[in-house]
Design a protein around this ligand. Structure first.
Ligand SMILES: *[C@@H]1O[C@H](CO)[C@@H](O)[C@H](O)[C@H]1NC(C)=O
Ligand SMILES: *[C@@H]1O[C@H](CO)[C@@H](O)[C@H](O)[C@H]1NC(C)=O
Ligand SMILES: *[C@@H]1O[C@H](CO)[C@@H](O)[C@H](O)[C@H]1NC(C)=O
Ligand SMILES: *[C@H]1O[C@H](CO)[C@@H](O)[C@H](O)[C@H]1NC(C)=O
Ligand SMILES: [Cu+2]
Length: 603
């Protein structure tokens, strides 16, 4: 039986969406709030206030004072509180040079709440990493924390708050480190392109809504008409069994992301689509675009119609150049791409969300005031049983996104035991689930597929006629910097319960989990198995995550490893940084819901 749902004609058409907020052309921070200000009065005053100049856009001193505070932002027509760095959203770009030592004095001017800054992907001492409770106690109101570290790397990174939901409220910025040695490519100019998601809601209230009604933003349930269309195409029995299975798995095929454009306005460099953020070029120039996904919950699919992109770095680290038309960027990832715009005065940088509910967009142009057409969003992708790691083992065909179902344990599996005899070698190994997952009320899914799927472009990007970046297509420009074979292996399962909006590793949420202990100096392997139906970008602080290929060889150095549904991926870690480090899903609300561990590197 074929359980694949073709993404094209079968996809649910986009209803007209009154809720999709394009944002305001001139949206952004409108006023700072003095620490002593009365919020109500400040809110009223903000309507008339001019847009603040904010901090200089790029800060390059090695001794910098940054003030974290509350500002008022108006991205949608409503004035809402935001958390900013020196009144700027995104926070100012920090730009330094490899080998420099920097001193940052971060002052908390918030009235009541502690804050923090984490330097994402930067190798530094544990007490400089900025995670309250692990690295330090956080920065209390009125306090200043002195960050002091040496820059031992180069590339495109970013920084953000690690306190509660402050990242969602605006506390994120780009961090660029110029290399000590010349880059392996040439470029004439560059732009930092920071993508993010903005909500008018109080981020804490949004989290509470997720706990209460996790499917709030996913009301594209398949309806009777869609079902009848399926029947026409596939026949009754296929359509029925497909629908029945989705019901038992408690997920509609259109559940791609937890929160989408019904809640979010997507921003490019702090600008809503209506504001068409513009980066300039001269025809024929080589332009380096440093893409950073600073969103709390949003995967973006990025393309520039009319331009090929050459990816030259991933997560700040050089790779062998790859020429593509489109890439998916997970929260916290960065990609550096080269483009050579020519023949047109303007090109649209189009970044649709993975669920195809909205987009961030901006323009590359020869001068301000130009715009190229904005493409239509792709059809809404539907998850396949294979995406869920629950293929029915139709055997034989299917290629990259087919993984045969093996005997399944646990809830959803029990209802689907149509005895599959996996599709031969492509079937992979049946995973062994940790005992803590069994009979665990916080775990509603277990997977049966165990493929790295490094060559799979991902849900909604397969066979779209464009060349799409995959992890499999990227190789670090250098050999394994450690060289040793891993001496041991830790397997962790990404687990969750959709309706409870409960997320964890191995079914154990952060609050009740023991730290993972690594021995100082060891080279070890982490194997992640995604037992949920969602995609999770997993970030280990303090050390690199050296992704392995399907043969277990070093392939790609990253700081954030994306884990699509239906994948098992492994990476090597050199435990060369003593101390307590955070290890978590970089979807902010998954982390807050418990998908986090402490990693302790000790002698
Ligand atoms: C938000 O900004 C828009 C456009 O600048 C303006 O028309 C609107 O009045 C502002 N809304 C509030 C509540 O300040
Ligand atoms: C945003 O884009 C503008 C225009 O290119 C630039 O001047 C500014 O530095 C950028 N700011 C941030 C925070 O990225
Ligand atoms: C940020 O704001 C603080 C407080 O107003 C100020 O002392 C500091 O110089 C500012 N930093 C920059 C880089 O402008
Ligand atoms: C954005 O595009 C509009 C319409 O083409 C134009 O009026 C506006 O000036 C553009 N903004 C910038 C920053 O180029
Ligand atoms: Cu997650």
């Amino acid at each position: 039986m074929n359980t694949r749902i073709p993404p094209g004609p079968g996809a649910v058409p986009m209803p007209s969406r009154r809720l999709f907020v394009q944002g305001l052309a001139a949206g952004g921070v409108v006023a700072g709030i003095a620490a002593v200000g009365v919020p109500q009065r400040a809110l009223a005053a903000a309507t008339a206030a001019p847009r603040l100049a904010g901090a200089p856009a790029v800060l390059s001193d090695t001794r910098i004072e940054l003030a974290i505070g509350e500002s008022l932002a108006n991205f949608t027509g409503r004035t809402r509180p935001a958390i900013t760095v020196n009144g700027s959203l995104p926070a100012p770009i920090l730009r330094w040079r490899e080998g420099q030592t920097v001193d940052l004095f971060v002052r908390n001017t918030l009235e009541r709440h502690p804050t923090s800054i984490h330097w994402h992907g930067i190798l530094l001492p544990a007490n400089m990493d900025g995670v309250p409770g692990l690295s330090f106690n956080g920065i209390g109101p009125g306090e200043t924390y002195h960050y002091h570290f040496e820059l031992k790397q180069s590339g495109t990174y970013w920084y953000h708050s690690h306190s509660m939901f402050q990242e969602q409220a605006g506390l994120y910025g780009a961090l660029i480190i110029d290399p000590a040695e010349p880059a392996p490519y040439r470029h004439d100019r560059e732009h930092v392109i920071m993508l993010s998601d903005w909500t008018d809601m109080d981020p804490g209230a949004l989290f509470r809504r997720m706990k209460k009604l996790a499917e709030h933003d996913n009301y594209y349930k398949r309806t009777l008409p869609d079902f009848l269309r399926d029947v026409k195409r596939e026949g009754w029995s296929a359509a029925l069994s497909d629908r029945g299975m989705w019901g038992r798995m408690r997920m509609t095929p259109t559940d791609i992301s937890d929160i989408n454009a019904h809640t979010y306005t997507y921003l490019m460099n702090g600008t809503a689509p209506a504001g068409n953020w513009t980066g300039l070029f001269r025809s024929g120039e080589k332009v380096l675009l440093r893409f950073i996904n600073g969103a709390s919950m949003t995967y973006f699919d990025v393309r520039i119609p009319g331009l090929k992109m050459t990816v030259v770095a991933a997560d700040g680290q050089y790779i062998h150049p790859v020429s593509i038309d489109e890439f998916r960027i997970a929260p916290a990832e960065t990609y550096d791409v080269l483009v050579e715009p020519t023949g047109q005065d303007a090109f649209t940088i189009f970044c649709q969300d993975m669920g195809r509910t909205g987009y961030a967009a901006g323009t590359l142009a020869v001068r301000h005031g130009l715009q190229a057409p904005i493409p239509a969003r792709d059809p809404r992708p539907l998850l396949t049983m294979s995406d869920m790691g629950h293929d029915m083992g139709s055997g034989g065909h299917g290629g990259h996104d087919m993984a045969a179902m093996k005997g399944m344990e646990g809830g959803c599996g029990a209802s689907m035991g149509h005895g599959a005899h996996g599709g031969g070698d492509a079937a992979g190994k049946a995973p062994k689930h940790p005992a803590s997952e069994r009979n665990n009320p916080l775990v509603d899914m277990q997977s049966s597929a165990t493929e790295p799927k490094l060559d799979d472009p991902g849900i909604g990007l397969r066979d779209n006629g464009r060349q799409v970046l995959t992890y499999g297509a990227m190789r670090s420009l250098f050999e394994d910097p450690d060289g040793r074979e891993p001496s041991r292996e830790i397997e962790l399962h990404l687990t969750g319960h959709m309706e409870k909006f409960s997320w964890s590793f191995d079914g154990i949420p952060f609050a009740s989990a023991e730290p993972l202990r690594l021995n100082y100096g060891e080279r070890m392997r982490i194997v992640l198995v995604n037992d949920t139906m969602m995609q999770h970008p997993i970030h280990l602080h303090g050390v690199w995550s050296d992704l392995e290929n399907a043969q277990g060889e070093f392939q790609l150095r990253k700081h954030t490893i994306d884990m699509p549904p239906g994948t098992r991926r492994s990476y090597r870690v050199r435990a060369d940084a003593l101390g307590r480090w955070a290890y978590h899903c970089h979807l902010l609300y998954h982390m807050e819901a418990g998908m986090m561990r402490e990693v302790r590197i000790e002698e």
